[in-house]
Design a protein around this ligand. Structure first.
Ligand code: GDP
Ligand code: MG
Length: 357
């Protein structure tokens, strides 16, 4: 049976937990990890096996929580009474919903594997954007090329991916042929959580099955004849890999609209941001100003123009997100101000009519 140790409960987490939730007696809350989170309900792994718990809190896959069993007083069901601060948060802006909250895909992830099928390589812009989100989560990104058996241009695609990944480690795998799995296994090591992100059909579930050595996840395979077997994963969930390591499948993450990802932008485009300091003018817009270090770097071929434009686009996106956030913020303030003013007017009216009058 799987227990907490199979879900990444390392000494570090144990330490964090006992710091945040000191346990004076045996009825104190116990640590548990969220294997999957559905609306209002989460599946936890506890020290004594899985447990489903209702919850109103916004808890996501990968969270470490404090669970109160409420055994002795039979009236109360087990409940989550606290959450450990997340050391990483993989999130994106919800599409088509400018003012909504971020969508958190997972928490407490150590490695984010950006899964790219070798037969459909990602555009450089998309790869950069995904790496920005991955770095920004606080985890360490990896690029994982899948389906290596499906290309005749293997060396070319790998070399191109390595170049575009700019220092992020690139792993090449074929779940079909069993290639590259040991290296990936070794990189994951013990006690860490690897989340796989990538579009549907990229080979995430197949890779997870190959890594764990059995059919832990449904894949996009369609059985000949009856078409059955077309189960695709719909939930983000944790799957134990052994040695306390955990895989997280995040189905169907096609793209990343960025959410407060300045740190990620700096991680991927630090070389460009560094150039800004060498521009002649402090407020250089990097368009046509004399002495612009960015233009000079592009002209001399040090910085690829495409990369500059890709950076610029993400920067604009974040700027417009912040503008909308601050408008929404002001509106909230305005509303509460309005309410307070209205209440004050009512109170005054009351005084006028009934007390002073
Ligand atoms: N040839 C080959 N096909 C693969 C490999 N990995 C996955 N596939 C196929 O790619 C399709 C999508 O895989 P799946 O794991 O469901 O993708 P997911 O949506 O990212 O989870 C399935 O038909 C798999 O059989 C591989 O290494 N080689
Ligand atoms: Mg899948």
């Amino acid at each position: 049976m799987n227990t907490l140790l199979d879900y990444g409960f390392t000494d570090r987490i144990r330490g964090l937990f006992s710091y945040s939730f000191p346990s004076p007696d045996t009825s104190s809350p116990e640590p548990a990890r969220v294997i999957r989170a559905d609306r209002g309900r989460v599946l936890l792994m506890t020290g004594s096996g899985p447990l489903q718990v209702e919850t109103g809190a916004s808890i996501v896959t990968g969270d470490w929580v404090a669970l109160a069993r409420n055994d002795d007083d039979g009236a109360l069901p087990p409940a989550i009474v606290g959450t450990l601060p997340r050391y990483s948060t993989l999130q994106r802006k919800r599409a088509h919903d400018p003012l909504s909250e971020a969508q958190v895909l997972g928490a407490n992830i150590d490695l984010v594997g950006v899964v790219v099928p070798i037969d459909r390589p990602l555009s450089a812009n998309r790869l950069e954007r995904t790496l920005v989100a991955a770095w920004d989560s606080g985890a360490v990104p990896l690029v994982i090329l899948t389906k290596a058996d499906l290309t005749s241009r293997f060396d070319e695609v790998v070399a191109q991916t390595v170049e575009r990944a700019r220092g992020v480690e690139v792993f090449t795998t074929s779940a079909e042929a069993g290639d590259g799995l040991d290296a990936l296994h070794a990189r994951i090591g013990s006690g860490s959580t690897l989340a796989l992100i990538g579009p549907s059909g990229a080979g995430k579930s197949t890779l997870i099955n190959a890594l764990v050595g059995f059919e832990a996840q449904h894949t996009g395979d369609v059985r000949a004849g009856d078409g059955k077997g077309r189960h695709t994963t719909t939930a983000r969930e944790l799957i134990p890999l052994g040695a306390g390591s955990v895989l997280m499948d995040t189905p169907g993450v096609r793209g990343f609209a960025l959410w407060d990802a300045e740190d990620g932008l700096e991680a991927v485009f630090g070389d460009i941001e560094e150039l800004f300091r060498s521009c002649r003018f402090r407020d250089c817009a990097h368009d046509s100003e004399p002495g612009c270090a960015v233009r000079a770097a592009i002209e001399s071929g040090v910085v690829e123009e495409r990369r500059w434009l890709s950076y610029r686009k993400m920067q604009r996106e974040l700027a417009s997100l912040h503008r909308r956030q601050s408008v929404a913020e002001q509106r909230r303030h305005g509303q509460s101000f309005h309410r307070i003013a209205k209440e004050a007017a009512l109170a005054k009216d009351y005084r006028n009519r009934f007390i002073e009058g």
